[in-house]
Design a protein around this ligand. Structure first.
Ligand SMILES: Cc1ncc(COP(=O)(O)O)c(C=O)c1O
Length: 357
């Protein structure tokens, strides 16, 4: 008898995570994971490493990292009891969904969106309710509210700005969704630092059905060290902490995140650079015949091509330009995603793209 008979059917049905591990090299132009193109400056890395050397490695870190939470409290203006930090925001996504979703629990997501929401709902055997974006890939707020009123989901997940579409939902519309439905509303703000519009943070004071998710993987250049955090009212955090895996934030990553929150100028300078480069990519892509590019409130763009998208992706990759093929997402046929890199990387991408189109 196969071991498979003991594996939950909801897991057997899932597909494995498929981001290819591609060895980093100086020739590779890597614009596929919406990362920050800039590593930390060498002097900062050394400062963080030296601090880490002074810590005892044989001891557990804080069960919930108090220094990091303190720094996040100062950075966000929220009380410590409203903050939970973790080993990346993906971990918190699991924590939040584990807290809310059991077999048959309805979860509403606007689509297309970040793949992980659907995957966790499936792992937990929840029921997914998808509300497609409108034709310009904007959030269809009226439909989200109408469907939520009809279906009564326990959770609505809004990724704002959204991956992979780059579109944002306004604070006003998020407030409408909270007040006109009965659901907990999770707003994943992984890309908020690149947006021209504000975070929904001010709504937290008023609403206990709002949870905000943030990450250090994008604007803060820390994807490799894995730090994410959530913001919610203290009573909500108390519930979310119950199923949370303890000790997931290690001392090293925590020290790095604390250090970075004290380097606001460096972070802001990089955000500005990345936004300028994204605007440059947008203008250049708009000027190419046969490409339809979508505006974006993030550090990446999606664009639709007339060519065979898989072949184009492979040709770019063979030329050492790695972007993301998002053509299997709903509504995104023939679509590719590219994140803003350095100016030189973006120019190389555009040159290769024009050559292979
Ligand atoms: C929408 C969204 N949320 C969360 C994450 C990942 O966050 P983390 O690296 O903190 O786990 C990503 C990364 O690509 C993302 O696109």
């Amino acid at each position: 008898m196969s071991f498979l008979k003991h594996i939950k059917p909801s897991i057997v049905k899932l597909e494995a995570y498929t981001v290819k591990s591609i060895p980093l090299s100086s020739e590779l132009i890597k614009l596929n994971q919406n990362e920050n193109p800039f590593d930390l400056p060498e002097y900062l890395k050394r400062e963080i490493a030296e601090e880490f050397l002074l810590q005892p490695w044989n001891r557990y870190p804080d069960v919930f990292p108090s220094r990091l939470i303190e720094a996040l409290s100062e950075y966000t203006g929220m009380p410590a009891e409203s903050i939970i930090a973790a080993n990346g925001s993906n971990e918190l996504m699991y924590t939040i969904l584990m807290t809310i979703v059991s077999k048959g629990t309805k979860v509403l997501i606007p689509t297309p969106t970040f793949f992980l929401y659907e995957k966790i709902v499936n792992v937990l055997e929840g029921t997914l309710i998808c509300v497609p974006a409108n034709h310009d890939l904007l959030f269809d707020v009226e439909s989200i509210i109408a469907v939520a009123k009809r279906e009564q989901p326990s959770l609505i997940i809004l990724n704002s700005p959204n991956s992979p579409t780059g579109q944002m939902i306004s604070m006003n519309d998020v407030e409408r969704i909270i007040t006109e439905t009965d659901a907990i509303v999770l707003v994943d703000e992984a890309y908020i630092e690149f947006a021209d519009h504000p975070s929904v943070l001010p709504l937290l004071k008023q609403y206990d059905r709002l949870i905000i998710l943030r990450t250090f993987s994008k604007a803060f250049s820390l994807a490799g060290l894995r730090i994410g955090y959530l913001l919610a009212q203290p009573a909500v955090c108390s519930e979310l902490l119950k199923p949370k895996i303890p000790f997931t934030v290690n001392n090293f990553s925590s020290a790095a995140a604390v250090k970075l929150m004290h380097k606001k100028e460096l972070i802001l300078e990089r955000i500005l650079y990345i936004k300028t480069q994204k605007d440059y990519l947008y203008r250049e892509l708009s000027g190419i015949n046969d490409i339809k590019v979508f505006s974006s409130q993030t550090n990446f763009l999606i664009f639709q091509v007339k060519n065979n998208v898989k072949l184009l992706f492979e040709k770019l990759f063979a030329a050492n330009v790695l972007i993301r093929d998002v053509s299997s997402y709903p509504m995104l046929e023939n679509t590719l995603r590219v994140n803003a890199g350095t100016e030189a990387e973006n120019k190389s991408f555009l040159t290769a793209l024009k050559k292979y189109l």
